[in-house]
Design a binder for this molecule. Sequence first.
Ligand code: ADP
Ligand code: MG
Length: 542
Amino acid sequence: TETVERHSFGAEVGRLLDLVVHALYSEREIFLRELVANAADAVDRRRFGALTDAALALPADAKVRIMPDKAARTLTLSDPGIGMGKDELAQNLGTIARSGTRAFSQSLADAKPEERPSLIGQFGVGFYSAFMVADRVEVTSRKAGSDEAWTWASEGQGEYTLAPATRAEPGTDIVLHMKADAEEYLEPLRLETIVRKWADHITVPVTLVRDGEEVPGTKGTALWRKPKAEVTEEEYTEFYRQVAHAFDKPWATLHWRAEGQLEFTALLFVPGMKPFLAVEEERESKVRLHVRRMFITDQAGLLPSWLRFVQGVVDTEDLPLNVSREMLQATPVLARIRRAVMAKVLSELKTRSKDADAYAPFWQAFGPVLKEGLWEDAEHRQDIANLLRFRSSTVEGWTSFADYVARMKPNQEAIYILVGDDVEALKRSAQIEGFSARGLEVLLLSDHVDAFWPERFDAYEGKPIRSITQGGDDLSAFEPEVSEADTPADLADLLPKLKEALKDDVSDVKASQRLVDSAVLLSAPAFGPDLQMQRLLRRAGR
Ligand code: ADP
Ligand code: MG
């Protein structure tokens, strides 16, 4: 009809659409997040406008509705937000208004391929992701405070039309005519899963129409955005269970807001128990990244893998919503957030470690994971070392490096450790006899990682950490506390004979000061893998 105006996108936007459709997002389902995010933004903007203009007031039951229609093969999103007038439809959807198409294309041409997604993120073109799943998009909008409505429509091929329309209330309807290969997005259950995953914590409720009935699509409010004083322990626990898929109570809850140069809110939990799915199997931190409440990814590596047991959410204002994975890896904002979040977690663990009884369950559940940091993270080795707890040959319960050092003999230079599979067996080991006889304490380590980290973290506060199975035979500086009645037998005749008999199996046979009750023990060379490491290497077939 005559009232329909035709506009062309211009060559650059045509190319841009192509790029968005084919290269922007690795996951197609993201179109729904972008459209729900826009709808929620529009509702937020109307709510904000209503603060100064009563005519903009939102209806009491403001919500975003998602309506699939299989017969018509359309998906409709409807919101009571601020809406768009004719010019805004043309500006916001018809051009890359704020930045300018030309500037955008130029940056795109100048950028290396791996930098392109980040550019798209900065230029805010989330709306176009609708064309990943739809071959025609119609947007009918009425701006709040106006009676006029307009429909913007496009097939994403270089043209769009604008025509007068009617809409009973202010707000926006977006109708997607789905591509033949995108019909899965007309399944209510599929839509529900996507919305739950990406948008469960936006402030506006989202509903879905399923079998003619309207059902809640999201249930969450963004709990982390509430002030700490307004959140009950039950709410924290329920939220923890939801994000961590857990059934226990959190051992620690960290809820804080960073302000100033870097703005983010974080709500993190340390679980009360080791989860069923052993944390050893997962390698990456699953802490969720949100941008303005909207879920972005749980693969941003917000914490290092040695803190991967920490669960929760970090929500920031400082990243664009349609930030891509590729951009996440490169952006300095995220690097700074990571550093701040890690520092907070470490300082919380440090504080909680002062209460030995309260710290023990945490240590038992996650100590082995934390110890991986000694191997991996040179920068934080010292902080981690102070969080470690050990079994000991001389004291009950758990002890720390600092406590050990305080108990060291005046002329003792090294921290002695013995690594094996089982603490009880280590306590009875012949390796320890000579140390026990001289009142020297040995730390007993039985986690899998204990075979590895001493190689990289080999001294605590200047005291070398020494595996007692590694040569280190010289205990002459220490007087035995139990006086030995019998003088050592004369071994001069025996040693050469033993050496000859065992020549294929051991490199040397020596008299030792380290034995009290046992007759012999195996010892590793002073330099090279200790006995536990040799056992592991043998098991691994080397
Ligand atoms: P961004 O959201 O990053 O600005 P988009 O491409 O997602 O980029 O959207 C472009 C613009 O279109 C938005 O900034 C907004 O002004 C407008 N817009 C999109 N969807 C809606 C909506 N449902 N209601 C009102 N305005 C909208
Ligand atoms: Mg958007």
